[in-house]
Design a protein around this ligand. Structure first.
Ligand SMILES: Cc1cc2nc3c(=O)[nH]c(=O)nc-3n(C[C@H](O)[C@H](O)[C@H](O)COP(=O)(O)OP(=O)(O)OC[C@H]3O[C@@H](n4cnc5c(N)ncnc54)[C@H](O)[C@@H]3O)c2cc1C
Ligand SMILES: NC(=O)c1ccc[n+]([C@@H]2O[C@H](COP(=O)([O-])OP(=O)(O)OC[C@H]3O[C@@H](n4cnc5c(N)ncnc54)[C@H](OP(=O)(O)O)[C@@H]3O)[C@@H](O)[C@H]2O)c1
Length: 248
């Protein structure tokens, strides 16, 4: 499909750590559903370089926002990191992707499991008021290497204040000790039952839908564990419980 582009402008860049940053963009007429991504493009050495990025903002917000990690030697992510307020940036006009609530049945508990920057589309969904009609409880699980990578704490605090017991936020920190986080990785924790125990909710086929976003190895390993407890891949033609979005 040929990409249609609009010219946008960088409104602000927030650097969370040396490698993690968020960019707010002013761009006209970009349409998407919460949870989707679009392509972002920069002209680098006279060549247009484009990659997909999920929206972090709700479609109800006026500025677009992306959350990115600068990958060593990654052409676009290292260039995006150097942008400043007022710089031009091209944005695809339409959202794409199936990590959206319209694609899944209404469910009691929606589990949103992310590694790294994969938390972005879930924040878009959770910041969108109408999303909360499609589930009773949302369990947002963010897995990172280091504690400082547990970003967007302000947004999470606001969600907690607004939705109280309906919103559960759990973190994993894998490469250092972290007082309030689970150690290790998501799939191992599902296998041992420690994630479900920490949340206090069982993942049963009749009350569960799981969204997975980020590192493809996490998606693969977690899907294996979820299948062992009776959950199935969700497809339009054969509804199930697992929806995924690979970031590479
Ligand atoms: C549907 C979709 C949505 C995406 N949304 C986002 C997003 O919201 N935020 C974001 O940071 N990236 C996202 N990505 C990845 C993004 O498109 C780029 O690949 C990434 O920013 C690196 O771009 P690059 O040109 O620097 O390097 P690339 O040449 O594109 O990637 C080089 C390598 O970096 C690693 N890598 C790529 N992306 C990530 C990542 N997010 N976290 C950890 N390692 C990574 C992989 O090993 C990859 O092979 C998404 C990808 C897809 C397919
Ligand atoms: N994070 C940093 O400090 C940092 C700094 C600069 C650049 N980068 C670059 O950014 C890129 C991505 O780094 P990232 O830390 O955002 O993403 P990541 O490598 O995907 O790690 C995020 C989380 O996912 C976990 N994970 C990895 N494989 C998994 C699997 N199979 N199953 C379940 N969980 C799994 C990791 O656990 P483990 O720790 O056990 O792997 C970690 O907790 C890399 O190219 C990296 O070189 C990272």
């Amino acid at each position: 499909m040929t990409e249609k582009w609009v010219q946008g402008e960088v409104v602000s860049v927030k650097h969370w750590t040396d490698s993690l940053y968020s960019i707010k963009i002013d761009a006209p007429n970009v349409r998407f559903t919460a949870g989707q991504y679009t392509k972002i493009s920069l002209n680098i050495d006279n060549e247009d370089v484009a990659r997909p990025y999920s929206f972090v903002n709700s479609p109800d917000e006026s500025l677009l926002e992306i959350y990115s990690v600068s990958v060593p030697n990654g052409p676009l992510s290292t260039s995006l990191k150097k942008l400043n307020k007022g710089d031009p940036i091209k944005v695809g006009t339409h959202g794409n992707g199936f990590l959206v609530l319209d694609e899944i049945p209404i469910v009691e508990n929606i589990w949103m499991l992310a590694t790294g920057t994969g938390i972005g589309p879930y924040l878009s969904i959770l910041k969108t008021e109408s999303s909360w009609k499609r589930f009773e409880k949302a369990i947002l699980v963010h897995a990172v290497r280091f504690e400082k990578e547990l970003t967007y704490q302000e947004t999470i605090k606001e969600l907690k204040e607004k939705y109280k017991d309906r919103f559960i936020y759990i973190t994993f920190v894998s490469r250092e000790k972290s007082k309030n986080s689970l150690p290790g990785r998501i799939p191992d924790s599902i296998k041992k039952g420690t994630l479900q125990e920490k949340v206090g909710i069982k993942m049963l086929p009749e009350n569960t839908h799981v969204m997975l976003c980020g590192n493809p190895d996490m998606l693969r390993d977690t899907t294996i564990e979820l299948k062992k407890i009776g959950l199935e891949k969700h497809r339009r033609r054969s509804p199930g419980h697992i929806t995924t979005e690979n970031y590479w």
